[in-house]
Every structure is written in C-alpha cells, then in structure tokens.
Design a protein. Sequence first.
Length: 700
Amino acid sequence: MAASPFAAVPLTPAGHFRVNAHAATFHLLAHLQELAAAGALDLDETFARHPFLTGYLDGMCPYLPKDLHWAQGPAWWAENLRAWERAATVHLPLAALDATGLGLRERHALVLAGLVEEDSRFGSVFAEIQRPIEPRRPTLQTLAAILGDDVDPWSVHAALTSRGLVETVIGGGPRSEDVVTVPAELWAVLRGTPQEQPLPWGEVLDRDELDGAEDLLVPDGLRHQVDALVSRLGASGGRGAPRAVLVRGAHGSGRRRVLGALARGLGRGALFVDADHLDDARWARLGALCTALGALPVVRYALLPGQAVAVPAVPGLVGVLGLAVGSEGGLTGRVAEAAIRLDVPRPGPRERRAHWLAHLPRVREDDLDGVVDRHLLPGGQIRRAARRAREIADLDGRGDVVAGDVGRACAELGRERLDVLAQRLDPPGGTTRLVCDEASELQLLALELRCRHRERVLGTVGPGFGGTTGTGVRALLTGPSGTGKTLACRLLAAQLGMDLYRVDLAAVIDKYVGETEKNLHRILSAAEELDVVLLVDEGDSLLGNRTEVRSANDRFANLETNYLLQRLETYQGIVLVTTNAAEGIDPAFQRRMDVVLTLVEPGPMQRWELWQLHLPADHRVSPGHLDEVAARAEMTGGQIRNAAMQATFLALDDGHVVDDRLLDLAVAVEYGKAGAVSPFQRTLGEQRRRRSEAFLEALP
Ligand SMILES: Nc1ncnc2c1ncn2[C@@H]1O[C@H](COP(=O)(O)OP(=O)(O)OP(=O)(O)O)[C@@H](O)[C@H]1O
Ligand SMILES: [Mg+2]
C-alpha cells in the first residue's frame, strides 16, 4: 500500500484538523477556479488581492499530486483522508462526528464555516464572492456551491443544524442568504488544541481521570450492573441501544462516579454538567460537543419532590446520555422514559469503611470503627470530610488523623452547608442533665437507643417490616414551655456525639409560594447527607393542623405541611420536633413519628433537683427553706433556671451569696412575669436600704 500523502503530518487531533482545514480550503479554491472558468472572476487578480491564499496553496502542495486536476480534487481528498484516518490510534474530534452520520462533504462545510474564526482573511474572500450582500461568513448557498453544483443548500443546512454543529444567523433576506457560524466552544474542541477545561459551564474529564467500575466503592450488585451495561452498550454499537442511563441516589452518593465508570468502560471521557447550567442553546450543542470530545455527557438534576422536568433530545450525540437525579422528583420526555435505571444506595458500614480507608489510609483501626459508626455519610461527603480532617491534623502538626479531627471536619462541613437556614446548637456543658420522671427517662432512653442503632436494626428486624424501614428517626417532643424539650434534644445529640442544628423557621418560612418547600428541601437534604441531628424547635407553625382551604394562603400552608409529611417519610436522618401545643399538631404528623414523647411539669422532688442544679455552688439557702420553695412554688425547669439566675444577679449586686431572702425575691420576680403572686413574697425594702447606705458610705 502506498504511503499516505499526509504521512508527515502527526495523526493527532491538531494535525488531523490542519489537514481538514487544507481540504476545506482546497474546495474553496476549486470553487474560485470554477467561478473563473465561468468568467465570474479573474483568478490571478483574486489571488493578488488575497495573497494569503497562495500561502495555503503552498501549504497543501506537499500532499497534492503534481498532476491533480481541480475537478478530481474532491474524490482525491475523500479517498486519502479516509484512508489516513483509519490508521488513527487516538480520538480525532472531527472524524468522531462521522459516527453521527455526517458525510465528508458536510464536514468540509463545517470547517469552511469555521475557517473565518481561524483566519479572518477568509472573511474578505467570502465577502467578495458573495456580492452584493458581502457577508464575511459563508451563506448556506455559498457553502453548497463550494461543495458542488449538485449540492442542495437545505440538505447541508439540515445536516449541520440537526446535529447542533452550526448556528444560523438570520439576516432578514432570503433564507439561503443566512450565514452560519460554528459555536466557539465546539470549534475550540474541533481544532484539536489541548485545553485544560474547554467549557466554562461543565467539567470534562479524560478517560484516564475517571474511576473504573472496579474502583467504585459501591455494593457489588451495582458494580456488576455497570459492568453489564458496559458490555451491552459496547457490543450493540449504538443501534437499538438505550439512549440514556439514569442513576438515582442522594447528593454525594457517587452517582456521577458510577456514570464516569460507565464512560470509562466504554472507552470515553465524561462531561459533567448541572442541568441548571444548560440553556436551550447549550442543550442543542451538548451532543455534538460530547461526540467531538469523545465524552459521555453526565447531566445532574436537583429536583424537588413532585417536580417533573422534561429532558430534551440531544442531537449529535453518539452513545448514551447520563442522567443523575436525587431521590426526589422525576424526569420525563422520550429520552428519560426509555432510560436504563440504576440506584446508588446509601453506603452501608462496609462501603463507608472502604471510603474512609481510601481517603484516610493511616487512621487507627479503633478510630476508624468509631468514625464509620458515627457518621452515616455518603461517599462524596466522606471524601470531603476526610480531606478536611487531614488539613486539621496537618495544622496541628500531626501526621495521623484521629477520630476527633473527623468530628471537627464534619462539623465544619455542616456549618458551611447549613448555616444560612439552620443554626448549630453547642452541646450542653458536661454537668448538665435533664431532670424528669422515670417514665420520661425511659422514653428518652428508648429514643437514644433507636438513634444509636438505627443502622444496625435494618438487618435485624422481623420479616413483617418488609422493606419499609430506613435509617430515619423522627421524634416529636411535646410538653409545656420550660419543661426541657430543647435541652433534651441537645443532650440527646451530645450523647450520640452528633451535631445538632436548629432549623431557623424565620429564615425558612417564606411568603412566596413554593419557597418554603424549597428551603425545607434544601435543609432536609443537607442534614440528611451530613448526618446531623435536625431540630425543628417549636414546629407548630409548620406542622399545624391542615386547615380547610378557605383562602389561597390556607392552601399554601397546607402544601408546606404536605411537603413535610411526604419528605419525613423518606427521611434517613434524625429529626426532632418540639412543640408545647401537641393538640395543634396535625394527626398525620403524629402517625409518622417514630417516637412521641411528652415532658411533664416537674413535681416537688424534681423541682428540688432543678434548684440544686441551677443555684450557684456557694449558695447559702437553708435546706429547710429550699425544701419549702421546691414543695410550694410550682415552677417549671425553665422558670427555676430563670429564678436561680435572677438570684445570682441579686447576690452579685448585693456583694453577697444567694440566701433565703434573695431566693424568695427571685422567685417573686419569676412569678411576677406570669402575673402571679409568689407564696414567698418579700419586699425589696431591705435590699434598697442597704444599697443606698452603701452608696452614701462611698461618698467622700
Ligand atoms: N427537666 C429539666 N431538667 C434540667 N433543666 C431543665 C429542665 N427543664 C428546664 N430546664 C432548664 O430550663 C432551661 C430551658 O428549658 P428548655 O428551653 O429546654 O425548655 P423547653 O421545653 O424547650 O421550653 P419552650 O417550650 O419554651 O421552648 C434549660 O436550659 C434548663 O436550664
Ligand atoms: Mg424549647
């Protein structure tokens, strides 16, 4: 076999593009030649006016046979280009478009349309041959004429636009005088110069940068599914094959890695993009871009519950479209509906251990056990948390990451994601405890155990549970104000060693329709992913009885309640709701709660304990008096806390310690707040007198 005329050109994307640019230019020159033959222009003069054309001609001379006639050119180029391309060992963007059914002539048209970007001097040539309208870009008609007498402008146009390869600039004249341009992003890929990141709105990874199926830290079943899909899609060579693969899973669960592994298995790179970044124009060229890049497009959607979004067709795409969606919402349209579906489950302890080990190879075994058990994070979050934990250890000058670093790292990640809509509550101090009756204590213990073993229980429950259990724990704490509901939640989170976030209802509830759900959605998803305890404190406003719809406002309030009802069912984290108006809570909520727990007002014994807990250590309240106050002043924990604080202030002011008298005063203040009279009423008289005496003494 004779050597290719292009043998001296490296068969790389850039080299291949250069030869194609020459081929397209040859067709343009041949067209000028024809025009000259028809007497429409003088070839010598044209070359004299555009001397750069001679340069191009000289550039292609080394390949062209000496005796090649202009009219034989197209056939010669077709034969030799094709033969040369067949020897390619690398991905050639322009040649890759052939798989979309694009013919060589249309490829020349595409390159001709883009040549102006390459060398603006071509603009002057186009202007000249397109008189009298003189656009500096080729019109459809010109492109067709360059490709041959028999070429229909509309078929060229259809071939290019239907694959998203060109955009038509409508000029207002006859349609065949519209000019076409190649989108800049696509042109940059086609010309084959390596670029770090070719697209500002998506991330392109080469095949080598993607994980293979064997590297995925997912259950074996899913890995096998990916392998099977690779064989199926690889073997069917496109015909009759599914056009999309839809992967469902939580944010951070590794959906995109799974699709990346599929791409790698198919010998491709991947283009990752968020659906929010794709407008109509980008959707239109997504397929062509990915085909040219040799990448599998992976579009990630963030949908709300009940939201349905249509996936547009992706013209110009060879192979499958990857779709990544969360556990909510759905995709519609022909492409999505025919998609093959995969589910990425939340990682179990085995996968989590593998994730942590992959990112924290030197963590101690018992630290690792604790970390795996304590943070039920998806893979993506583990990666992020591990990176942060390594930084924390580095900053402390330690080489090894310990469990505490991971805890801090998770807390930081939580703060970053949740801070706008929720507020982190610090764990209560070491000696703080909840004073309550035995029944409540038992209930609280049951709740704690439920939270602690929420994952382990999955494999243990009886068959009657079917597949209905998850790792979610939903608890409702009711009881009068000041009985310690919020405190109980803080203690619970501390005992579990988890971070606690209180939903900022003022920030979440929005007067605009749909916004509250969106905010709730964001917060619940983030809390679920980061595995923090979520506290909906005084949640009455969200969980109120669904009202009869009398006004539009009622309907929206109901929508929010409905949303929360629906979302809580699938919630995989721990959520604690408190209210002091249990009767106001929608019964549907009560039913969905795993634990409903009531804190009652404390009795005399508990009040005594509460006083002990809140009075300063050096108080001098006589034991008999404290017994009496505890017995007779029917206060809640919250009120006792306030009174103890008040007494401490009074003592500070007085230069004394808390004694019977100051305690009585403080109790009176607390009763006064509620508009009641304390059984231990004393006057302020003595306090005032002493104060003015001290003042007078201080005078010079
Ligand atoms: N049972 C209790 N044991 C210990 N301390 C308590 C108890 N109840 C209340 N306290 C004290 O009162 C403070 C306030 O209680 P907390 O905020 O938990 O009450 P709450 O039930 O959430 O009230 P509200 O319904 O008004 O929000 C606590 O920080 C704690 O100091
Ligand atoms: Mg509270």
